[in-house]
Design a protein around this ligand. Structure first.
Ligand code: G3P
Length: 213
């Protein structure tokens, strides 16, 4: 239906909001894509502009994924389909991934976006919050032990389908299928990070490092 097309476009536009780029340009006069890893994401904003900027970008990027995934509920869900039906989650999953694609290829920033981790997290949060909690836990543990955000993102990505399958034992196969697809997507967007990790060149992130003056 027209409504579904509209909602798909809206999800893409939401994901397309280049938070890192716009925030950096507006408040620091800096395009974060010209520094650090060159990525338009929360991690690189943290790296280039600091903790406060990174946290705000992370929050907004999570919100993008969450909002896109919940669009049918925020608008009139009855127009999309019966939201009590188990298949309804398929529409939500698709909208979440479309928002992530918007984040990766933002129409508002020359199609050069980020890696989609925060936006994926917002989507997972909207779909299955206990699994999202597992993902955050794994992310934080890996980050505190290794100080590699990329590795933490990859491990958190794998946590989603694993927890869905073995801990929460979902009966909705599409969540598991999307979970596996998300893992593949994270591996693709983190190719350069994986190369750097293997060579020992990946930059480390310290959440609680005192700034030396
Ligand atoms: O969220 C992206 C993160 O996993 C890696 O970012 O800037 O270190 O490539 P970055």
């Amino acid at each position: 239906s027209f409504y579904l097309v509209g909602i798909v476009i809206l999800a893409y536009l939401f994901g397309s909001i280049p938070t890192a780029v716009w925030f950096g340009q507006a408040f620091y006069g800096v395009d974060v894509r010209e520094y650090g890893s060159g990525n338009a994401g929360a991690t690189n904003t943290f790296r280039v502009l600091g903790k406060k900027a990174g946290s705000i970008v992370m929050f907004v990027d999570i919100l993008k994924g969450w909002t896109a995934t919940n669009l049918p509920f925020l608008l009139d869900s009855s127009l999309v389909g019966n939201h009590d039906a188990p298949q309804f989650v398929n529409i939500q999953l698709a909208l979440g991934v479309i928002a992530v694609l918007g984040h990766l290829f933002p129409i508002f920033a020359g199609f050069r976006g980020g890696k989609g981790v925060a936006t994926l997290f917002g989507m997972v949060l909207a779909i299955h919050w206990p699994a999202a909690l597992m993902c955050v836990s794994v992310f934080l543990i890996v980050l505190f032990v290794t100080h590699y955000v990329s590795l933490s993102s990859i491990m958190a990505g794998f946590t989603f389908p694993f927890s869905i399958a073995f801990i929460f034992k979902t009966t909705v196969p599409s969540i598991l299928l999307y979970g596996i697809a998300i893992c593949a997507l994270i591996l693709v967007t983190h190719q350069k990070n994986i190369e750097r990790l293997l060579k020992g060149h990946e930059s480390k992130i310290y959440l609680f490092k005192k700034k030396s003056k």
